[in-house]
Ligand binder design. Structure first.
Ligand SMILES: [Zn+2]
Ligand SMILES: [Zn+2]
Length: 97
């Protein structure tokens, strides 16, 4: 069995480096999707617009983006349930982060 060090990169650029049995990362991080480098400075980011926190400001359409995602989700659910459901407040969680 191989022994790896967690390649997870924090938002500030630090690497987790914790010993782990999964190549993907430690127990805490292996499930987290890989980050894409910021289009401007190369800082790894999970941002959906491909920019780090510092550089995403001018590209930020977060509210619109969330709204769009919700609309897409509603549309998908509506296909199955044949009506537009109310989505739970937990959909807002990500906006606060
Ligand atoms: Zn880790
Ligand atoms: Zn950046």
């Amino acid at each position: 069995m191989g022994f790896y060090s967690c390649p997870y990169t924090f938002i500030d650029g630090r690497i987790c480096g914790k010993g782990c049995y999964r190549q993907e990362g430690c127990a805490l991080h292996w499930k987290i999707r890989p980050r894409t480098p910021c289009g401007e400075c190369g800082m790894p980011t999970t941002s959906s617009y491909g920019m780090c926190v510092k550089h995403s400001g001018k590209y930020r359409r977060r509210v619109n983006y969330q709204q769009k995602k919700r609309d897409e989700l509603r549309a998908k659910i509506a296909i199955f349930e044949n009506h537009i459901p109310d989505l739970p407040d937990s959909m807002h969680e990500e906006e606060k982060a």
